[in-house]
Design a protein around this ligand. Structure first.
Ligand SMILES: Cc1ncc(COP(=O)(O)O)c(C=O)c1O
Length: 430
């Protein structure tokens, strides 16, 4: 695995300068642990590799939206790629400059559009003609101008899991290039709209630079045409999607490999560049610590049952994703089996039919590469409390999100007047 955030010292797993065992003792499990240094190093490596086009790197908030993670990336110089009013609220709380925020997503509501217009974001990534009309109408109502970039679906195959491709013809995202020119013409006629650029995002966990080059080759022609027609057309946003090494034998899409392939095209196209990386900045900077509850044998199969499940990390269940599982106390002994969670679903697993560290009840395991699409996709399914999150920086560690309480689980719910007095019967310790 790339990165130096998580290493063994004297047989114990460390997050930077802090033992993971100690973190589990202090904060409990399941626990997300992030490395501040790794996040910074990853941001800077990308910024350095892409320096010849001086891109605006808009971190994709959906990957991990904790305020401390957003704050760390803002300190490094990042802007933000958001997909909801909630994400806009988060980045503003983290101190982001709205002029460095781009807003994507196929289903923006009027409320979200108004919020973004009032805040003065850089531009909206527009996914359809009706959305352009809605943004125009809201800009008129609020008496401001809205900058837009249509999301164009270049129809390339990024060779990734089918659930995380977004630039193929059958995906719901963006417009096909044949339709795009007409959409731009239509939008340019709308009141209070400024055509700011073009956006594409072809998928996620992409390990080769080739699909980006194919997409850029297609976008180049379109950009040249659009630039001639629209005076304010200045941005080319090429999205995110750079892949990481979830498997030990995988080669991540390194910033310098990515840059070597895309820079010639970006220079030729000559527009201001935006990148929207998510996973590649925070994925390897996080792990999920869980504690083994039981080890059981059934039908000649071994099950290691941990206190983290699909509600904490849904990627294995949702995308058949692979996460390496490391023992927090190093051991050479191995068992073969499934690492599963406590949720009442057969799909509740972290690792299936795998060589796992030989663990016993009470041992700690670390699920690696869990910094992206981990906590941000966590849920309360089975009425489980979402886990705590901790940021490590050198020898320091800080709780950046408290574990939910049982009271958090029912916040905002109303059992109805008939049940009101039952509240008093609840035990104090919840
Ligand atoms: C529009 C857009 N930009 C950026 C990203 C971030 O992708 P990744 O985390 O793979 O870099 C996504 C992910 O879905 C996206 O939809």
């Amino acid at each position: 695995m790339s990165g130096l955030a998580f290493l063994y010292r004297a047989g114990r797993l460390y997050a930077e300068g802090v033992s993971v065992e100690r973190l589990a003792e202090i904060y409990g499990t399941p626990l997300y642990v992030y490395s501040r240094r790794e996040i910074g190093a990853r941001y800077r490596a990308l910024a350095r590799a892409m320096a010849p086009v001086r891109p605006l790197i808009c971190y994709s908030v959906k990957a991990n939206s904790n305020l401390a993670v957003l704050g760390a990336l803002r300190e490094e110089g990042a802007g933000f790629d958001i997909v909801s009013g909630g994400e806009l609220y988060r980045v503003r709380r983290a101190g982001a400059d709205p002029a460095r925020v781009v807003f994507a997503g196929v289903g923006k509501t009027e409320e979200e559009i108004d919020y973004a217009l009032r805040e003065g974001i850089l531009f909206f990534t527009v996914e359809s003609e009706p959305e352009a009309r809605r943004i125009s109408a809201r800009a008129v109502a609020l008496g401001c101008r809205a900058r837009v970039a249509f999301r164009v679906n270049p129809g390339v195959n990024p060779r990734t899991h089918r659930y995380i491709t977004t630039g193929q013809r059958e995906n719901k995202f963006g417009l096909d290039p044949d339709r795009a020119l007409a959409a731009y013409e239509m939008a340019a006629q709308l009141p209070n709209i400024e055509i700011a650029g073009l956006h594409m995002h072809i998928g996620s966990q992409i390990l080769s630079p080739r699909p980006y080059v194919q997409a850029l080759a297609r976008a180049a022609v379109l950009c040249a045409q659009l630039r001639r027609r629209h005076a304010a057309f200045e941005w080319l946003d090429i999205g995110g999607g750079m892949g990481i090494d979830y498997m030990p034998d995988q080669e991540p899409l390194a910033p310098r490999v990515f840059a070597a392939a895309v820079l010639p095209w970006l220079k030729k196209i000559g527009l201001r560049v935006i990148l929207e990386p998510g996973r590649s900045l925070v994925g390897p900077a996080g792990l999920l610590v869980c504690r083994v509850q039981y080890v059981k044998d059934s039908y000649r199969k071994k099950f290691v049952i941990a206190d983290a499940g699909m509600n904490d990390l849904i990627r294995p269940a949702l995308y058949e994703a692979h996460h390496e599982v490391w023992p927090v106390r190093r051991t050479a002994r191995r068992i073969r089996g499934d690492l599963v969670g406590p949720i009442c679903e057969s799909g509740d697993f972290i690792a299936l039919d795998r060589e796992l560290p030989a663990v016993r009840e009470g041992d700690l395991l670390a699920v690696m590469n869990a910094g992206a699409y981990g906590f941000s996709m966590a849920s309360n399914y089975n009425s489980r409390r979402r886990p705590a999150e901790v940021m490590v920086d050198g020898a320091c560690h800080r709780l950046i999100r408290a574990r939910e309480s049982w009271a958090d689980l029912v916040r905002g719910e109303d059992a109805g007047a008939r049940h009101e007095n039952r509240r008093k019967e609840q035990p104090d310790h919840v």
